[in-house]
Design a protein around this ligand. Structure first.
Ligand SMILES: Nc1ncnc2c1ncn2[C@@H]1O[C@H](COP(=O)(O)OP(=O)(O)OP(=O)(O)O)[C@@H](O)[C@H]1O
Length: 199
């Protein structure tokens, strides 16, 4: 499959953030997105995942708009701040089952303890919550995963385990990855290609 952003313009109020941006990602590719803070990486991810619509240009998956795909969106985003990605009023088990059936293999691979599922988001640490958000994104038949600074809050050992798991999972399921990070060494290590938003 091909996820394609073509001639994207986007701004907040009167401020232009993205001007004629093009990006193509194929299944199985791992594309790093690198740019200074505030340049629009998160904004581009939100557009690629269909959370917002561009002012000009299109985002398509195999030539069709994301809204043409029924059910769970095949492009999932994992956010930099996991606490903002979850409904604080519902327990994690409900968040997970709303995405799809609980897959014990995913929970084990991400070292998610069964007891966490009975808690509310505020009752987990940032790193625990992030691993939960990754399990939730992978619970749907995802084709492209947008990872926006997802590992910065994890210790180095957990980061390494997480990326090894995500790379294996992406390869096994032919998922395309877009990886946003300020850590260029991490991107060099993980990605098949790196794209700069610096113009
Ligand atoms: N909801 C919003 N309303 C107004 N301006 C916004 C909004 N979200 C982001 N911006 C602005 O848009 C610009 C791009 O933000 P964005 O979060 O996409 O950048 P980024 O490259 O991901 O930054 P960082 O590396 O710091 O996470 C910034 O100048 C930011 O202040």
């Amino acid at each position: 499959m091909i996820l394609q952003a073509s001639q994207i313009d986007f701004g907040y109020r009167h401020k232009t953030v993205l001007d004629d941006v093009n990006l193509t990602v194929k299944s199985g590719e791992r594309v790093g997105l690198f740019a200074p803070s505030g340049r629009g990486k998160t904004t581009l991810c939100k557009l690629l995942a269909g959370y917002m619509q561009p002012k000009r240009g299109t985002v398509t998956l195999d030539g069709k708009l994301l809204s043409d795909y029924p059910g769970a969106c095949p492009v999932q985003m994992i956010w930099q701040h996991p606490e903002l990605a979850l409904d604080p009023r519902i327990r994690l088990r409900q968040s997970l089952t709303e995405a799809g059936p609980i897959d014990q293999r995913l929970l084990d691979a991400l070292h998610i303890q069964p007891a966490w599922l009975d808690r509310f988001p505020r009752e987990l640490s940032g790193g625990e919550l992030q691993r939960f958000c990754i399990a939730r994104a992978l619970a749907v038949p995802v084709k492209f995963l947008l990872c926006d600074e997802i590992s910065a809050m994890l210790d180095l050992v957990t980061q390494a385990q997480l990326w090894q798991f995500l790379l294996e999972e992406a390869q096994a399921r032919d998922i395309g990855l877009v990886i946003v990070s300020h850590n260029s060494a991490l991107l060099d290590h993980l990605c098949t290609r790196i794209v700069s938003l610096e113009g």
